[in-house]
Design a binder for this molecule. Structure first.
Ligand code: 5AD
Ligand code: SF4
Length: 488
């Protein structure tokens, strides 16, 4: 198939027609373009007598953070130098569209970038990720943000070099947004943010179509990577100093179902747990409807799997859960929590909750509060429902008034916080392993790391400790985080 057929916009793939040297298979094709762009950048660097800089700004979730590492890897191979600030020659916004305020933030900041661009004739601005998959966003960018040079979506992050080459050689705006993925492209360059921990995509997309959620529309259908490719990537990362991996997918519990030789997520965990030198395994996100007993067994068996489970609830009301298309009830959810706590008593549980879903009554909200009080989450991400056009929930005419939502949200947050604080205090006085992640941003005499349950711990130390796992006595709990002292 001509790859450009998949594009929703005007990109015509003119390069493939003109140049017969261009490899047709990936990732060779992209390495070819990285080389081409590098020649152009090297020439420009010579002319300017200074490096050409880039900055990638990431909005949203861990998936986007991982995609940004791919973008950075490609840009370094293209001869660009990374800059700490957005005052660079190429700025890419890797965007999120899960809630409306995420979109607004990006539009606001594009205005600031325009200011930089007026002062720097070299500057190019790119927007990619989830927002780019929405046609109304692309229209708005075309009409009101003409200074954006390149726009591409979630399915062709790997094509950055090709898109950039097109932009540099043809001097026109490039919009290349694909309706669906052409396949999973392996072995592209990648520049990790942390030396000692890394996200790993195990699958892409989502098939669940929760009624409020835009993700299935912007990330496409579920596709799993082969387990061998995942294990091989993690082995390489471990050889490169990585101690902790986060297995990433919108719904990791349905991992592997669509592979030619299906593999369960529980079995993938067991395979990853075997990797020598790896210390910690995390994963994100688990959908309660697909959480199997076998997965609970695997989590209990595998010593490297961290004692933390993020299990989005969304709502405690059966009526709303059905309307949301979540495929579980409050009792089913609570029974999963019981099963997990039976097998792994000290596991930390966290969740996502939406307040103000269309038609939410006081009774529905009380059901959510009831689950929060019964499960006693270690922490919870609480969201005010945000209308996403194109989703079934957005078409409902029983949207909840803003003041009612706000009052419920505040009540939920107060309860979530006070339970979280009580639970955190219970660990004070224990000695537990901490993976040191960074020098504390407020107080450089401290470093900050995480327990396996994902809680944050501050301790005295310097950057030489980054990436080490230390046994730390938790001296004091201050709300949700601890101050501790290493015991060896
Ligand atoms: N409004 C509010 N929150 C949402 N989420 C997803 N879509 C919406 C929306 N339209 C939340 C869910 C999900 C998390 C990643 O974002 O709680 O689990
Ligand atoms: Fe959205 Fe539901 Fe898919 Fe999560 S499982 S990404 S909430 S549609």
């Amino acid at each position: 198939m001509d790859r450009s057929e998949n594009n929703k916009y005007e990109y015509k793939g003119s390069l493939s027609a003109a140049d017969t040297d261009i490899p047709v298979t990936e990732p060779d094709r992209q390495y070819f373009f990285m080389d081409k762009v590098k020649k152009l950048t090297e020439k420009r660097v010579q002319e300017l007598g200074r490096p050409l800089t880039f900055h990638v700004t990431t909005f949203g979730c861990q998936m986007n953070a991982r995609d940004s590492e791919k973008l950075r890897g490609i840009l370094l191979k293209c001869g660009y130098t990374e800059s700490e600030s957005e005052d660079a020659d190429l700025v890419l916004y890797n965007t999120c569209t899960v809630r409306e305020n995420a979109d607004n933030k990006v539009f606001g900041r594009l205005g600031v970038l325009h200011g930089y661009k007026k002062k720097n004739k070299e500057m190019m601005i790119g927007l990619c990720g989830c927002m780019a998959q929405e046609s109304q966003v692309v229209e708005k960018l075309r009409k009101s943000y003409p200074f954006v040079d390149i726009i591409f979506g979630t399915h062709n992050v790997y094509m950055l070099a090709e898109i950039l080459y097109e932009r540099l050689s043809e001097h026109r705006k490039i919009i290349d947004v694909r309706e669906k993925a052409d396949g999973i492209v392996e072995n592209l360059p990648l520049e990790r943010k942390y030396s000692f921990k890394s996200g790993i995509n195990i699958m892409f997309g989502c098939n669940n179509f929760c009624s409020y959620c835009i993700v299935p529309y912007v990330r496409g259908r579920e596709r799993s990577r082969e387990p061998e490719a995942i294990v091989c990537e993690i082995k390489k990362l471990v050889a490169d100093g990585v101690k902790e991996v986060m297995l990433l997918g919108q719904n990791v519990n349905s991992y592997g179902k669509t592979l030619d030789h299906p593999v369960s997520f529980a079995d993938l965990l067991r395979m990853v747990n075997e990797i020598d030198g790896l210390e910690r395994i995390r994963f994100m996100t688990s959908h309660p409807k697909d959480l199997s007993d076998d997965l609970i067994d695997a989590m209990a068996e595998c010593d490297k799997v961290c004692n933390h489970l993020h299990l989005p609830l969304q709502s405690g009301s059966d009526r709303l859960l059905a309307d949301m298309n979540r495929h579980y009830t409050k009792e089913k959810y609570l029974s999963i929590v019981d099963k997990i706590r039976n097998k792994i008593p000290d596991i930390a549980l966290t969740t996502d909750i939406i307040v103000g879903y269309p038609g939410e009554t006081d009774e529905d909200f009380e059901e959510t509060m009831d689950v929060v009080n019964r499960v006693r989450y270690d922490s919870a991400f609480t969201f005010i429902y945000s209308k996403r056009s194109g989703t079934p929930a957005a078409r409902r005419d029983d949207q909840v008034p803003e003041d009612v939502v706000k009052a419920r949200f505040d009540r939920l947050l107060t309860t979530v916080r006070s339970i979280g604080e009580e639970k955190a205090k219970a660990l004070t006085g224990k000695t537990l392993p901490v993976l040191v992640e960074e020098v504390n941003r407020q107080d450089p005499s401290l470093v900050t790391g995480r327990l396996t349950n994902n809680s944050v711990v501050h301790l005295k130390g310097d950057k030489s400790l980054i990436g080490q796992i230390l046994d730390v006595h938790l001296d004091e709990c201050s709300g949700f985080y601890y101050y501790g002292t290493p015991v060896r």
